[in-house]
Design a protein around this ligand. Structure first.
Ligand code: FAD
Length: 386
């Protein structure tokens, strides 16, 4: 293949989904990734069923390690709100294999240990990338190479609105008697993990993962992890750490510029956080690529169809996510305790529909329970909008 229709950089969830959809639509597609084919799977392995459905993501039985009934959101003092929203822990290696094998079966070329070093730009249009020292030309390039990849910026676009707001994470796979048995994810918010959450994902039997995701305290979040581990062991008994994963979650960064001539960006690199929403964004980028190639027009104006589609489906999920996290980041532990207390009797099955409606529903409940607390929240939310 002298010149591909689409060159996808990065086998992230977004990149793999984009590659599969491009191949399904009959485009000559190449996916390059710098890692080895026998790579350690990403620690990102949980999804909620509703998000997966929205992303048209496969949750076939062989991909799922364990179903959980929902999540418990815990305040710093240990109060909890139970949300019955089914979610699962995936066999991440099998999910990746599903996308890669399907894409290859439909004709895509997947090249491991191929690192894109820079983009090839001619007259303001991206025409591929230099990969392992050699130019690899394509009509459309899709950058999906994760939060730490600077390639999109090299094309002169800034893909994240708030890049300083990455949540740096440390997650451990642990074993301890019965720690895998509970049937709910647990997310603790407040000073235990400022800016986002401390997690507990029971994997079944004696296995679990626990982690912290922290914003605005630097990349080294090990002190927060140690504190979370101490609290966890006090509650659940001693555990042994089998392995540790580190990385960054772009959940609060918000997508910004997603296209320029010949180029689309998707996944964590542009703040499209999470497996499911990355997969959906990658699929939408592929559909736009097919239309653009059909019309012989890869200009930024044409590729903006991807942005419009993505905004229609997912923009408000990201905005409400950021607003909520910014509100939490500004709250003291006592205020979070009061909020969780106010929501303990809230019927979370009403959390349906547009993300803004969900937020408004929760807000109205707090107004009824504690008008003063509602005022505090309103103030913190409005500060988060600036
Ligand atoms: C510890 C941790 C746990 C998480 N758990 C979850 C979870 O359970 N569920 C969830 O939905 N989200 C989770 N997240 C968030 C999630 O990781 C991301 O939002 C999601 O995986 C999106 O991945 P990504 O687009 O950032 O790309 P990544 O998954 O990071 O993939 C990027 C790929 O690009 C490749 N690459 C990078 N640079 C180049 C280059 N120059 N040339 C070629 N290839 C390149 C890399 O090798 C890599 O394969 C977690 C995040 C962290 C840090």
């Amino acid at each position: 293949m002298d010149r591909a229709d689409v060159l996808v950089i990065g086998a992230s969830p977004a990149g793999m989904a984009c590659t599969l959809e491009c191949a399904r639509l009959g485009l000559a597609t190449v996916l390059v990734d710098s890692k080895r084919p026998d790579y350690v799977p990403s620690p990102a392995n949980t999804v909620f069923e509703a998000m997966a459905k929205k992303a048209h993501m496969p949750l076939e039985p062989h991909l799922v390690r364990r179903w959980l009934k929902g999540m418990v959101i815990r305040s710093p003092s240990g109060r909890g709100i139970r949300v019955d929203a089914r979610g699962c822990v995936l066999h991440r290696d099998r999910l990746d294999a599903h996308y890669i094998e399907e894409a290859e079966r439909r004709g895509a070329r997947v090249l491991w240990q191929h690192r894109a070093e820079r983009l090839v730009v001619s007259d303001g249009i991206v025409e591929g990338a230099v990969v392992n020292g050699e130019p690899m030309r394509a009509a459309i390039t899709v950058v999906a190479c994760g939060v730490d990849c600077g390639l999109a910026r090299l094309a002169g676009i800034s893909p994240m609105r708030h890049p300083h707001d990455l949540a740096w994470a440390l997650e451990a796979h642990v074993v301890g008697e019965g720690v895998g048995e509970p049937e709910y994810f647990e997310y603790t918010v407040g000073s235990v993990a400022p800016g986002w959450k401390a997690t507990y994902t029971p994997l079944g039997g004696d296995e679990a993962t626990i982690g912290v995701y922290v914003r605005r305290h630097g990349r080294d979040v090990s002190a927060f992890f140690e504190r979370h581990l101490t609290r966890f062991e006090a509650e659940h008994g001693p555990v042994r750490v089998l392995s540790v994963a580190k990385g960054a979650d772009p959940v609060a960064t918000l997508p910004h510029e997603l296209v320029c001539g010949g180029l689309m960006v998707c996944g964590g690199v542009c703040g499209q956080s999470g497996i499911a929403y990355g997969i959906r964004a990658g699929t939408l980028a592929a559909q736009t690529a097919a239309e653009a190639l059909d019309k012989g027009d890869v200009s930024a104006a044409m590729l903006r169809a991807y942005v419009r589609r993505w905004r229609r489906e997912l923009w408000w999920e990201h905005v409400v996510g950021r607003l909520s996290l910014e509100m939490l980041r500004r709250m003291r532990d006592e205020e979070i305790d009061a909020l969780v207390a106010a929501l303990e009797d809230y019927d979370t099955s009403r959390l349906r529909g547009h993300p803004l409606l969900k937020l408004a529903g929760v807000g109205m409940h707090v107004v009824r329970k504690s008008p003063l607390l509602a005022l505090t929240l309103l103030r913190k939310i409005s500060q988060g909008m600036t």
